[in-house]
Design a protein around this ligand. Structure first.
Ligand code: ATP
Length: 508
């Protein structure tokens, strides 16, 4: 199955099994806006909780905040979003399709990366066990040529982006001979800047309405609350403030399902540190955040760091944690060392001193900030694409199983009476009642047990518990594992511990 087909299957499965629906589906949807269905909302809540627990509950020096989506318009002046939250866009005159100019170039780079990968695969086959990848990519002439090509293109792109040189970006697209994927033509318009913020009016016009924005990131809600929280929480540097919530961006090209949405959710943490220590903390959070991903038990080769060459003017280090989505490695999370840019800028615009008095050094300073920022919906997509598995079984039949990390699965356990009579449903409900306060359980009594297993596989329930006649005699049940399909007979009283162990995160 090629990657495109695979991705189509995931999106179809997400709809068919109540994970993700297009927004306003009965009106044929709204571009790049999605709703989460009955299973999706559970998965999404679980991801959010897993993050919150790791970031807030497990760190004494990190607290949460829940700031409003609407903020004072000057916030976005101070943050730089009004003047600079732009993407360069370009239209193809033949297909009338609009693209992000930088993404066209990045896609071109990805194609060269593919060529490198193909060379590696070929060499691997040729050399067999003796193959040393590191050595090959650092010495093979063809690979080195591709690498140089990538470096030259990146350099030109980042320089043009940094200098707001829109003509330079267009020239690059022309020089590389990039064609529109739809029309195949090189008939491009000029590159223009496009601000990504959604604006709306607050108050009626008669009152003299003010233009305000839907927040394009949750981070600013943290910065404007820095002083409130530091003072009322008696927080000592280093400390962090975490927030999850909706953000809105009028993305030029919104595609790839929930990867790039116009309304999405972020999980962000801003960590305030003493100036001069920020790069140590940056390294710390870079490692810590990857550990969080790996604690879900997803193979390490699905992740990679992408250190930024082009830094925003206020940042002194930045990296992305990329995940291998069905359409290639793409940003899942960003970790940025933002210096004192945000707090200093808000100090200037608000006239309030946003400082910290350090009792250890007896001095006041504006703390530096390390930010970790992950898209909840992107994490959701990462989990969907990691989990989706088609398997051929020994009896020749096939199953689709969502191998979600058990901690994130929408339902932890399905309770299945073997038949709908003989007191089995009553016994099953009695067992379920003991588990529902702690775990999401689903009760199912319709259809054959095989069919019920398939349905639970399709929504990723890690454990199925079957209640049969023997249960009435000795209180034992059959527990079936989603991934191995192995079954064990245990006493119903052990279920709590079995489920707990199943969903415990991996220690990294
Ligand atoms: P990209 O380069 O993909 O546009 P970004 O660098 O603008 O992303 P950040 O501003 O660093 O992204 O936002 C932090 C995180 O928020 C990203 O790593 C991503 O997971 C998520 N995110 C950003 N934009 C979107 C979007 N339009 N839809 C879904 N998630 C998003």
């Amino acid at each position: 199955m090629n990657q495109e087909e695979f991705f189509k299957k995931i999106t179809a499965h997400a709809k068919e099994y109540g994970f993700v629906f297009p927004s306003s589906d009965i009106y044929d949807g709204l571009s790049a806006v999605y709703d989460y269905g009955q299973n999706g909302v559970e998965l999404k809540n679980n991801i959010r909780q897993y993050w919150w627990k790791a970031m807030v509950q497990m760190h004494e020096n990190i607290v949460g905040v829940d700031a409003a989506i609407f903020m004072h318009p000057t916030v976005w002046k101070a943050s730089g979003h009004v003047d600079a939250f732009n993407d360069p866009m370009i239209d193809n005159k033949d297909s009338k399709k609009r693209y992000r100019a930088d993404v066209l170039v990045e896609d071109h780079i990805a194609k060269i990366e593919d060529k490198i990968n193909k060379e590696v695969e070929k060499a691997k086959k040729r050399f067999g066990d003796a193959f040393d990848k590191e050595q090959f990519v650092s010495t093979n002439a063809r690979v080195l040529g591709y690498k140089q090509e990538i470096e030259d293109i990146s350099h030109r792109l980042y320089a043009a982006m940094e200098n707001n040189d829109l003509a330079g970006i267009k020239q690059l697209i022309e020089d590389l001979g990039i064609v529109c994927p739809i029309s195949g033509s090189r008939n491009w318009t000029d590159v223009r800047q496009f601000n990504l913020m959604f604006a709306t009016q607050m108050g009626s016009l008669a009152e003299g309405a003010n233009e305000i924005y839907l927040r394009p990131e949750t981070a600013q809600g943290i910065f404007v609350n820095y002083l409130n929280i530091q003072k009322t929480g008696r927080m000592k540097v280093p400390f962090g403030i975490a927030q999850t919530g909706k953000a809105f961006r009028n993305e030029i090209v919104a595609r790839q399902f929930i990867f790039r949405m116009r309304e999405f959710e972020q999980m962000e943490m801003q960590f305030f540190v003493r100036p001069g220590t920020e790069l140590e903390w940056f390294k710390h959070w870079k490692e810590e955040r990857l550990r969080w991903h790996l604690s879900l038990g997803i193979p390490a080769e699905k992740y990679r760091y992408h250190d930024h060459e082009k830094l925003a003017h206020y940042a002194n280090a930045a990296t992305d944690i990329e995940f291998e989505f069905p359409f290639g490695f793409k940003e899942l999370e960003g970790i940025h060392s933002r210096t004192d840019f945000d707090l200093s800028s808000h100090s200037k615009f608000s006239g309030k001193k946003l400082q910290y008095f350090d009792p250890e050094t007896n001095e006041s300073y504006v703390p530096y900030v390390i930010e970790t920022s992950i898209g909840l919906d992107r994490m959701f997509l990462a989990m969907l694409s990691h989990a989706y598995t088609e398997e051929k079984l020994e009896d020749g039949s096939e199953r689709v199983v969502m191998k979600f990390p058990a901690a994130l699965a929408p339902y932890k356990v399905a309770i299945l009476p073997l038949v709908k009579k003989d007191g089995l449903p009553e016994k099953a409900r009695e067992i379920m009642e003991q588990l529902t306060p702690d775990f999401m359980c689903q009760y199912e009594e319709k259809d054959s047990i095989g069919k019920r297993y398939r349905r639970q596989d399709a929504i990723g329930t890690p454990l199925c518990v079957t209640i049969d006649n023997q249960t009435l005699e000795d209180n034992t049940v059959t527990v079936r594992d989603r991934d191995t399909m192995e079954q064990i007979r245990v006493n119903a009283d052990e279920l709590y511990t079995i489920i707990r162990n199943k969903i415990a995160p991996k220690k990294i």
